[in-house]
Ligand binder design. Structure first.
Ligand code: NAD
Ligand code: TYD
Length: 351
């Protein structure tokens, strides 16, 4: 049987690197092509353990470059795509929406066009688009996002992801492209860039720096361990129904301030500091513009139809995450030098 060639975009990023690692290790009979243009969020250090595997190839390219995508599809004749490449941080989308429009919308369309033009025989072909629960907007105190919830994005990030989801469905409905989409809640775990809440807080606590909490810290996010997201993607890619959407989440809602308190407790213990030391670093800062109050995913469909469940409880996942950051000092140093300092000052100094 011919080797199945899978293109994973954004595989040098946080979630992408976990998906690449899983696919390379679990499917030695596939060839995994990781396409990434290595923005500030892309880091080949995330993939050291797979880079010399015979079934892995890295391609440095920009998904916005339509001609390049066409020629790569022609050259490699990919059978499947798992599309994760994106600009992913809400705060950056507020400062610079155009990059999000280009990568998340135009980039997705250039990949869809390359698949559409090159996939003459659609048998065994699949375009899997990885998306976010933020497309559904914001919940009040109660209720959950289901696959039927109407899209209502608020940030430039979520609006660009919503747009890309619609375009993926449009290519299915209009051109018959075989697609699947998943919308996942907030991820956490190893290799997470320290612009997002959990790794930023870990980094600051480690360095005894203020932990910036937006507004009153009452916003709620639903957290999932990144390897559980990767296992769900694997399952949906192989067993999900073509044309369908799946919500992914662990029924694990936390108010930001409660999550930070728990993280402080774990870090005090790990760092041998007296209990209560790190909570003193909590600093309330100006709220994010258009800050969504609450996200909560109903992942019943994924559980009922495909039998997926998260593997880890939150406290255990957080401990593993803290351990990873404490033992990967060099990784953290590399990603927080240079441009990160400028980003941090721009976002947080005088906020
Ligand atoms: P990330 O920012 O850590 O990584 C994004 C990756 O995409 C980086 O490696 C970057 O270099 C690459 N990239 C960016 N622009 C590119 C371009 N034009 N061409 C090629 N590569 C490009 O993001 P992440 O948190 O790993 O998210 C991955 C995907 O999952 C995104 O589509 C995101 O919307 C989605 N998602 C993220 C979360 C979350 O909690 N982080 C939750 C649900 C869904
Ligand atoms: P984030 O990790 O940026 O993910 P998202 O905005 O995609 O949900 O933020 C998670 C929550 O934490 C969100 O409610 C914003 C809040 N937050 C802070 O309070 N302080 C911070 O420094 C950051 C980055 C986020």
């Amino acid at each position: 049987m011919a080797t199945r060639k899978i293109l994973i975009t954004g595989g040098a990023g946080f979630i992408g690197s976990h998906v690449v690692r899983r696919m390379v290790n679990h499917y030695p009979d596939y060839h995994i092509y990781n396409l990434d243009n290595l923005t500030y969020a892309g880091n080949l250090e995330n993939l050291r353990d797979v880079e010399s595997k015979p079934n892995y190839t890295f391609i440095k390219a920009d998904i916005v470059d339509g001609e390049k995508m066409q020629s790569l599809f022609q050259e490699h004749n990919f059978d499947g795509v798992i599309h994760l490449a994106a600009e992913s941080h809400v705060d950056r989308s507020i400062s610079n929406p155009m990059e999000f429009i280009m990568t998340n919308i135009v980039g997705t369309v250039s990949l869809l066009n390359a698949a559409k033009a090159n996939w003459k025989n659609l048998e065994g072909k699949l375009f899997y688009h990885v998306s976010t629960d933020e497309v559904y907007g914001s919940l009040g105190e109660e209720g959950f996002f289901t696959e039927e919830t109407k899209y209502d994005p608020h940030s430039p990030y979520s609006a660009s992801k919503a747009s890309s989801d619609h375009l993926v469905r449009a290519y299915h409905d209009t051109y018959g492209l075989p697609v699947k989409i998943s919308n996942c809640s907030n991820n956490y775990g190893a290799n997470h860039f320290p612009e997002k809440l959990i790794p930023l807080a870990i980094h600051n606590i480690k360095n005894s720096k203020p932990i910036p909490v937006y507004g009153k810290g009452e916003n709620v996010r639903d957290w999932l361990y990144v390897e559980d997201h990767a296992s769900a993607i694997d399952l949906i890619f192989h067993k999900g129904k073509v044309g369908d959407t799946y919500n992914i989440g662990g029924f694990n809602e936390w108010k930001n301030i409660d999550l930070i308190q728990l993280l402080c407790k774990i870090m005090d213990k790990k760092l041998g500091r007296a209990e209560g030391t790190s909570t003193k670093l909590i600093t309330y800062v100006k709220d994010r513009a258009g800050h969504d109050l609450r996200y909560a995913i109903d992942a019943t469909k994924l559980n009922k139809e495909l039998g997926w469940k998260p593997s880890l409880q939150f406290e255990e996942g957080l401990e593993k995450t803290v351990d990873w950051y404490l033992s990967n000092e060099e990784w953290l140093q590399h990603v927080t030098s240079g441009d990160y300092q400028k980003y941090y000052e721009g976002q947080y100094t005088k906020r």
